[in-house]
Design a protein around this ligand. Structure first.
Ligand SMILES: C[S@@+](CC[C@H](N)C(=O)[O-])C[C@H]1O[C@@H](n2cnc3c(N)ncnc32)[C@H](O)[C@@H]1O
Length: 256
């Protein structure tokens, strides 16, 4: 079940990886352990409430959430990714709006939890887009809800040790090698994935651009949107967030 939101979503809808690789997204980028941890975390947080996923994609998270009894909706700019979601069993039962999640109409609706996962926040190309995302989330969760996001910790990942090309463990038999290239001056990085399919077909190259922000900048964007940080973990399994963690999961709520 999908509907169309007004307004363009050029950055994501025009993104070549969602158009070209939607059918292989789950196999290449879906990691079972990570997905299970993410779903468990969100089930605990959402409880009997309702949730909205920004950048719902192929439903990697939304579908198992719905199967666990959570009321969840999504928004995504890519019709190709959403087509994968709706083609899956139960996918048609998840309401999805096609559009840019930084430009959602203000219709007065609220949900208990808004979340953006899979590193999607940094796909927004500018600080202004990311700030607008926080503002939309703040409006959508009203006075009692929560906004949850996951992101890399750029100060850790710019270290050459992490920036080297490495094999990504995933659900497929294909060999997926990731190389992240940082431009520290522009506060951007590009993930280049070279995929060697197990069936012997030609290598594929997937390229995704990100605009990164450290935890301090994210927390400040949250404050500018009227939110404050309440919880921060080193991963979706809820490990403590410590010096050296390459990743974080952060929970924001309306400021007191
Ligand atoms: C990396 S995928 C993550 C999908 C899903 N959240 C997951 O974790 O599997 C990012 C998704 O966000 C969508 N997206 C990126 N920027 C967007 C925007 N501004 N508005 C709507 N969707 C966007 C892309 O189309 C893509 O489906």
């Amino acid at each position: 079940m999908s509907s169309q939101a007004p307004g363009p979503a050029e950055s994501a809808a025009g993104s070549s990886y969602t158009q070209r690789f939607a059918d292989r997204y789950d196999a290449w980028f879906g990691k079972e352990r990570l997905t299970t941890d993410t779903v468990d975390f969100l089930v605990r947080l959402i409880g009997s409430g309702a949730a909205l996923e920004l950048g719902v994609g192929t439903g990697r998270i939304a579908l198992p959430l719905a199967r666990r009894g959570v009321r969840v909706e999504g928004v995504d700019a890519s019709p190709d990714m959403v087509a994968r979601l709706t083609a899956k069993p139960g996918g048609d039962g998840i309401p999805v709006t096609i559009g840019d999640f930084t430009r959602l109409p203000a219709d007065g609706r609220t949900v208990d939890v808004v979340f953006v996962a899979g590193g999607t926040l940094f796909e927004l190309p500018t600080q202004e887009d990311q700030l607008r995302c926080f503002r939309h989330a703040a409006r959508l969760i009203g006075t009692d809800g929560a906004f949850v996001l996951d992101a890399i910790v750029p100060e850790v990942l710019v270290d050459p040790k992490w920036s080297k090309a490495r094999v990504v463990r995933n659900r497929s038999e294909d060999l997926v090698v990731l190389h992240r290239l940082f431009d520290r001056a522009a506060q951007r990085y590009d993930s280049h994935y070279v995929i060697t399919p197990a069936d012997g077909s030609d290598d594929e190259h997937v390229h995704v651009s990100f605009r990164y922000a450290g935890v301090g900048e994210l927390d400040l964007m949250a404050r500018a949107a009227g939110l404050e940080l309440r919880e921060r973990y080193g991963n979706w399994a809820g490990s403590p967030f410590r010096d050296g963690c390459p990743y974080h999961v952060s929970v924001y709520r309306p400021g007191r």
